[in-house]
Design a binder for this molecule. Structure first.
Ligand SMILES: Nc1ncnc2c1ncn2[C@@H]1O[C@H](COP(=O)(O)OP(=O)(O)OP(=O)(O)O)[C@@H](O)[C@H]1O
Ligand SMILES: [Mg+2]
Length: 180
């Protein structure tokens, strides 16, 4: 299946980018596409899985049922992971070895406060030996400019994908360049 047609986009929200330690800012290239089915959303994730570099942290944004886990299923497929992917509801993190790169799948939905996230001790996943993908990334202050600055390591390798529900089977997806 081909990827849906993309176009350069200015998303209606801020894709945070942070100053590096040398004071330079990252250039963010964001594309927008419309997905018409869960399979198309997974196909976009699959494309990322084939191109993403080791150490990348992917922050997924979007409401309940937007399609974040669908996207991760494709990501795993693109990485060559054959295990069945499901949301890490009870464990916070699912680890999938065996692909081109290991995949660490986090879901912060049940962690409602920054303190709960801090106490969960998940920082090691910001510098993965593989790829980390995080559902409900907006809950983690380290991944967002306020209130705490991100770690340099997280900002250097951070990519964002944002999925918006626009119909029963239609989703608007904004995503950064996986290879940027
Ligand atoms: N274009 C689409 N892309 C993705 N999912 C779609 C699409 N159209 C319909 N769906 C449906 O929306 C649901 C998305 O579920 P999914 O678990 O991936 O969402 P989620 O963003 O991970 O939600 P949660 O925040 O609960 O983890 C599925 O039932 C899927 O079949
Ligand atoms: Mg999910």
């Amino acid at each position: 299946m081909n990827l849906p047609v993309e176009q350069p986009a200015t998303p209606p929200f801020v894709f945070p980018r942070f100053p590096t330690t040398r004071g330079r800012r990252y250039v963010v290239r964001v594309a927008e596409l419309i997905s018409h089915s869960p399979a198309e959303t997974a196909t976009l994730g699959e494309h990322w899985g084939r191109t993403v570099a080791c150490g990348c942290v992917i922050a997924l944004h979007g409401d309940l049922g937007a399609g974040k886990t669908q996207w991760v299923k494709g990501l795993a497929r693109g990485l060559g992971i054959t295990a069945r992917v499901h949301s890490p509801t009870f464990t916070l993190v699912n680890v999938y070895p065996g692909g081109r790169l290991s995949l660490f799948h986090l879901d912060l939905y049940r962690l409602e406060t920054p303190d709960q996230i801090h106490e969960a001790g998940l920082e090691e996943y910001l510098t993965p030996d593989g790829v980390t993908v995080i559902e409900w990334a907006e809950r983690w202050p380290l991944l967002n400019p306020e209130p705490a600055p991100p770690t340099a390591a997280a900002s250097r390798a951070l990519r964002r994908v944002w999925i918006e529900i626009i119909g029963d089977t239609q989703r608007r997806i904004y995503h950064e360049d996986p290879g940027a």
